[in-house]
Design a binder for this molecule. Sequence first.
Ligand SMILES: C[S@@+](CC[C@H](N)C(=O)[O-])C[C@H]1O[C@@H](n2cnc3c(N)ncnc32)[C@H](O)[C@@H]1O
Length: 187
Amino acid sequence: MLLRPLEMAQEMVRGAVESGETVVDATLGNGNDALFLAKLVGEQGKVLGFDVQQEAVDASCSKLAEAGFSGDAFQFNCVGHELLGEFTEGPLAAVMFNLGYLPRADKAVITTAETTLPALEQALSLLRVKGVLTVMCYPGHEGGGAEAEAVLQWASHLARDEARVMRYGMLNAPNCPPFLVAVEKVK
Ligand SMILES: C[S@@+](CC[C@H](N)C(=O)[O-])C[C@H]1O[C@@H](n2cnc3c(N)ncnc32)[C@H](O)[C@@H]1O
């Protein structure tokens, strides 16, 4: 069975991350990716999370607490991911970006290339060798196309001896379907 782009992102992250490592959810939203990451790294690991909306941070904290994780296992910040480098020196095993807007919330609050690209640069520099960076891009909403294009430009120009870069998404779907950009750090 073919995986959806987000499922593919999870497969790639699952293959890269070991229990006890530090990982990042760069766009917390409802905390689904954060919970997925917390289950991978466990109580001995750490999930750092970022979102500019307090409701997203609160929802994500509640989700992990309800799943039984203690406050030691995660640190969620109501801060833009472009400040990632101020919160950790790494090394990071995985960083997940899920761009766009928070479903069922203010659709005016969207990620933009202006902050996404600096965040991607920092994430890549903090990643350990064989660590994975995943970026779910949503070109279908206003502003999403420009951001998705900027992510593609950034990723496709990474040096081949430093990073392996993949793109994955549905080809025969209407209305600019979402796609995944994934980067594995080589050295
Ligand atoms: C598609 S949602 C994320 C979905 C989430 N990963 C989940 O599992 O539910 C995108 C999120 O990015 C957040 N966001 C927007 N600009 C941001 C920024 N500069 N830094 C971090 N998060 C940002 C939005 O507030 C929104 O919650």
